[in-house]
Ligand binder design. Sequence first.
Ligand code: ZN
Length: 291
Amino acid sequence: MRWIERVEETAARPRTRTAKLRSCGLEGGMRFALAGVLSLCFVSMAGAQQTSARPVAVPPSSTSVPTTPVGSQSSSGTAPQTVAPTPVQPRPPEVRFLVLLDPAHGGTESGATLGIAGPEKSYTLALAMRLRAMLSAHGIHSLLTRDADVTLENDARAEIANRAHASACILLHATSSGNGVHLFTSSLAAVAQADPRRAFLPWQTVQAAYGTQSLRLESDFDAALTRQQIPVLATRTSLMPLDSMACPAVAIEVAPLDANTPLTDASYQQKILESLDEALIAWRGEWRQQP
Ligand SMILES: [Zn+2]
């Protein structure tokens, strides 16, 4: 139950952390530039583009049944109908476990300047590509939101994640401030959904339906990093594209280990990558058992 304790410990920190993330350009939660992001919805969104709450439907697989907006009711017929609740089914084995890796920044948006480690956009991309290789060696499929130095809007990143029906979404950042690894989950209040994959959820706050799973995923990262004796700061924040991701999602910000171990330290980087790899292997097992 460590993940619950972490939330309580860090409840007072979000204001500071949010301000920090804004400084590297990621807190941009009110962008509406990409009308195309609605293409993953089941229903026509011609009218919905006028609203700020953009629905997103997340089918679990190509064989999914059509979804119904939360709270909607049938207007046909006059007699009230009793609808038996649909039992939550375990995740079928044919549903692929897929990790979405989002190297933050890119292109014209360089992120933080990390001294000898270069621009943040390059550091996060290198980290993501190495992690992809490690995951692949363990039979875990992963998808990068970008695999080159290109500019990518937050909505586009979330759209890639949601189209992929990712089992875990990992946003990678880096900073020269602080030490160890900083873990962020969304500060949105968790909304209980029996099966968020079949729900119809607002684009700007879709992550709320995955709040509990995201904290469990964060707990796996925390445990794996702690085993490697890497200091961990776990907290919650308002962050795009995290809040629009329809998947268990954690933002991971790498800081120097200590005054003598910079971001570029090869051994430190390897420990971080092994920790993330180990945590995602653990998560794969947990994810299979969840509804
Ligand atoms: Zn950043």
